[in-house]
Design a protein around this ligand. Structure first.
Ligand code: PEP
Ligand code: NA
Ligand code: MN
Length: 582
């Protein structure tokens, strides 16, 4: 069907290994979507939801032991172990091909191999990249349709070129003992076997656009980051874009789809992306960011008309729901939704459930896969082949005591240090252990496809190469009072913080210099119409020297773990903060 030699040869080779009954090359047409959906419905892999209530929506339940990314089974298979660095699992490429190859051997017998050509990034953009995923899962095909530009367009973009990322996926027997997510950065290859969960099997997403792409970016002089991209339009109609990285469970999708509070009249916000940013130096000397995806693969529980109305609307049609509670008559429900739960349903495990069961109905990591185009706040620029120019980069974390609501780094190098040392404290929901600090540099700990020290070095070098670099900030929406209550209302009110950030970049708002960075003066934040108890903003903006000394001390084991490749500049910045605190 398609005549690219390199692709055909590789598909034949992989078919020889996995031995499917049949190979189907996908064109991305609507007819194809309908045919595959019907086929998956007929085998029970997928269900139609109530089409009146949720037009075009589908439901899928993964295996109980297969509901999240598996970091301990995720490997970077570079020739030299050193290149994977101390924060990744490593396996030698020959060993990895051999080990996974044994599981792939015959794994598609009796099944169809689907060939999914896809583009990450807008078609025709010089910054887009092509991948091909071979999979034995229709669920994967239907998700990739939402998350990428797939089919004929991708083969057209590829032309005769042999330059594409090779992704092989098979559910095999969905055995957690025989499950691997292998990345071969030197071969631009991804092998994923034994899982059917999104983050492990939608290979365009974390595997390609972050782990493989971070490697490409390092060699080609750009950045592949775990960042949302958001435009803020002021009442004069000027739009400024920010890109922000937060560890999981810090509200990245919510910030990406923020709704301005009524008190901030005339402001609009525009969603460009909620998870991944590919960023390059533009001809104007600024940093330009592009969202390589065309959909959102978002966490469902907690999504409501209060927390994220835009996500709710984006996911109201043509959306795939995975591992939520299945209610009667093709309905669904999840914890945190506005509506009351149904009187009975089937939970994410496939077991009967009632509100009195004492367990959650939807898995905490249940997901929606929704077309980005359906998001009411989607930016008119979201498919611009050039991307959007970035005014500020924002790092954040969930910190009860340490970090103030917002601070600005002194310069790029200090900003890289701030990003390199971001951390989040676990919530009770995560592990049962509350307040454990997990360091997650640039929110890339599970996604950086090479040595963390080299990655920080690349960030430092990029700063020297960008003529007009964005300013770098840190935010923390999660500071608490002595009673453990959040001090900041968050959600739409976060726009007040973004506005300070943007006006700082324009040299227009006031700040005080502290040992950790610039912090807004109490008057610099617009708090109009926000009813905060007296002293709250002072608490939110305070920097406790003793707490910060402890924080810096707490960074040391992680920095030491990076070893010989830890850039001296990062230690210099660490020591400089310490000196300023003393
Ligand atoms: C995923 O697990 O597929 C995923 C998108 O991860 P996260 O939400 O943690 O970024
Ligand atoms: Na698409
Ligand atoms: Mn993510």
């Amino acid at each position: 069907m398609y005549k690219n030699k390199a692709v055909t040869q590789w598909v034949e080779e992989m078919a020889k290994l996995t031995k499917p009954d049949k190979i189907v090359w996908l064109d991305g047409s609507d007819e194809e979507r309908i045919r595959l959906t019907q086929e998956a419905v007929s085998t029970g892999e997928i269900k139609y939801l109530n089409q009146e209530k949720y037009p075009g929506c589908l439901f899928h339940r993964t295996a109980k032991n297969d509901v999240a990314r598996v970091e301990h089974l995720t490997f970077i298979c570079s020739r030299n172990k050193e290149d994977a660095g101390p924060t990744n699992n490593w396996m030698a490429p020959e060993e990895a091909y051999e080990k996974a190859g044994r599981i792939f051997d015959g794994s598609m017998r009796g099944r169809t191999m689907y060939v999914i050509p896809y583009i990450m990034g807008p078609m025709g953009s010089p910054f887009s990249k092509v991948g091909i995923e071979l999979t034995d899962s229709i669920y994967v095909v239907l998700n990739m349709r939402i998350m990428t530009t797939m089919g004929k367009a991708a083969m057209e973009q590829l032309g005769d070129s042999g330059s594409f990322v090779k992704g092989l996926h098979s559910k095999a027997d969905l055995n957690p003992e025989r499950r691997y997510i292998m990345h071969f950065p030197e071969d631009n290859t991804i092998w994923s076997v034994g899982s059917g969960y999104g983050g492990n099997v939608l290979l365009g997403k974390k595997c390609f656009s972050l782990r493989i792409a971070s490697n490409m970016a390092r060699h080609e002089g750009w950045l592949a980051e775990h960042m949302l991209i958001l435009g803020v339009e002021n009442p004069q109609g000027k739009v400024s874009y920010v890109a922000a990285a937060f560890p999981s469970a810090c509200g990245k999708t919510n910030l990406a789809m923020l709704v301005p509070p009524p008190a901030l009249k005339g402001y609009k916000t525009w969603t460009v992306g909620d998870d991944i940013a590919w960023m390059r130096i533009g001809e104007d000397g600024r940093l330009w960011a592009m969202n390589p995806e065309t959909g959102f693969f978002g966490v469902v529980p907690g999504t409501s008309s209060k927390t994220n109305p835009n996500a709710l609307i984006a996911a109201s049609k043509n959306t795939i729901y995975t591992n939520v509670l299945e209610g009667p008559d093709g309905t669904i429900w999840w914890e945190g939704l506005d509506q009351e739960p149904p009187a009975y349903g089937i939970d994410w495990k496939g077991d009967p459930w009632t509100p009195d069961s004492g367990t959650v109905g939807a898995h905490p990591n249940s997901r929606f896969t929704a077309p980005a185009s359906q998001c009411p706040s989607i930016s008119p620029e979201w498919r611009n082949p050039e991307g959007v120019p970035i005014t500020a980069l924002i790092f954040g974390g969930r910190r009860a005591k340490v970090a103030p609501l917002v601070y600005q780094s002194f310069d790029w190098q200090h900003g890289v240090f701030v990003g390199a040392t971001i951390a989040s404290e676990t919530t009770a929901a995560d592990t049962g252990e509350v307040g454990v600090v997990r360091r997650d540099p640039m929110a890339m700990l599970p996604f950086c496809g090479y040595h963390m020290g080299d990655y920080w070095r690349h960030w430092l070098e990029m700063g020297k190469r960008i003529p007009c670099p964005p300013k770098i900030f840190h935010v923390n929406w999660f500071r608490t009072n002595k009673q453990g209550k959040f001090l900041w209302p968050g959600f739409g009110e976060n726009l007040r913080v973004l506005n300070w950030i943007i006006s700082r970049c324009e040299g227009e708002s006031e700040a005080v210099k502290t040992p950790i960075g610039y912090i807004p003066t109490v008057d610099a934040l617009n708090l109009e119409g926000l009813d905060l108890p007296a002293g709250t903003i002072e608490s939110l903006l305070s920097v406790d020297r003793e707490v910060w000394k402890e924080e810096l001390n707490g960074q040391l084991p992680f920095l030491e773990k990076i070893g010989d490749k830890l850039p001296k500049e990062i230690m210099d910045e660490h020591n400089a903060v310490l000196n300023r605190l003393n």
